[in-house]
Design a protein around this ligand. Sequence first.
Ligand code: SR1
Ligand code: MG
Length: 397
Amino acid sequence: MGEKIQQIYEPLNSSTAIALVNRLGLFPENSALTCSEIGDGNLNYVFHIVDAGTGKGIIIKQALPYAKVVGESWPLTLKRAVIEANALKIFGSFCPELVPKVYYSDEQLAITVMEDLSHLKIARTGLIEEEEYPLLSKHIGQYLAKTFFYTSDFFLEPGKKKDFAKQFTNPELCKITEDLVFSDPFFDAETNDFESALRQDAETLWADEKLKLEAAKLKKSFMTEQEVLLHGDLHTGSIFASAEETKVIDPEFAFYGPAGFDLGQYLANLIFQVISRKGSSRENIYAHLKEVWETFEDEFSRLWKEEGKEVYCKTQGYLEYILEKTFTDSLGFAGCELIRRTIGLAHVKDLDSIAHEAERIHAKRTALQLGRALIINRQQEARIESLETIVKDSLLA
Ligand code: SR1
Ligand code: MG
């Protein structure tokens, strides 16, 4: 690995990206390198550099000083690149098999150079194509249990945890979530984006004071509960997968927040698959919903019993209280994610790619109604079996 190179910020292009990896000595001298920009997310450039001789590749991810999904009118901090690189390193230290390796990062250039995962597919894309990922939710359950436990007060010395929380203060990216997930979809905000056929549904939702009160409580939880180091944007587009492997990418939204948030986003993005699929192919997704929770519960309980440092870890009923709170919170966060991806900014392909308009609108109405039901009823539905029932009921409505 070459030495750290001091740079001032400039957006990379294919030739400067190749020049950079050459300067860093990441490939043998005189390798025939090709580079393509493959970023299809909302915020960043992603360069894929391949050595034509060996077929080996690497990824350079570069933050742009604005949100790509909107354009230069939405400035965005470059510091998110440092947050992302540091979060990848920390999460990778707990579950190296589930997180890409970081080879180099540079705060000035806002880049992270990391493992090439192009042999895998983005899980959202694969799920839409109805590929089977038999290990995906087991892996994500393990990832959630380890990242939760090892960054929490149940394991960390309190001063260390507070240092981490300070290091991962991420106000600009949190503000995006506060607005786009927790506020805008519940009001007639300019950022909202939906088909005119859904206007009546959106207006009904904006007038629903019972729902808004619960959304306010969830937003407060997101803004104030510094429980664990979250990924912060754990939808199925932030996961690479194959039948055997899973890698969680893109933790630029990482911060200390409520433990149920990552789980809730993952559940919601699986639920988009239940909604968009038909008939028996839904069963596979119900199995994923159950698997992620049960794996999380087993692994987290094991870590708590074997490695818990907090003095109350041995107190009867405390583990059960934490598990129940995490699950209940996750249902509420899942409900917010279902609603925001349907009528807010930044949709999901699972629903938007339904070609037949009436079917698409029906699917989106289901997502809105189910989102509402999860938010409002989250306290009464504190068992994983209830989640499947509530999803099935919404499909019949
Ligand atoms: C302006 S960013 C829009 C969305 O893209 C990211 O993936 C997050 O989900 C964010 O809310
Ligand atoms: Mg992302």
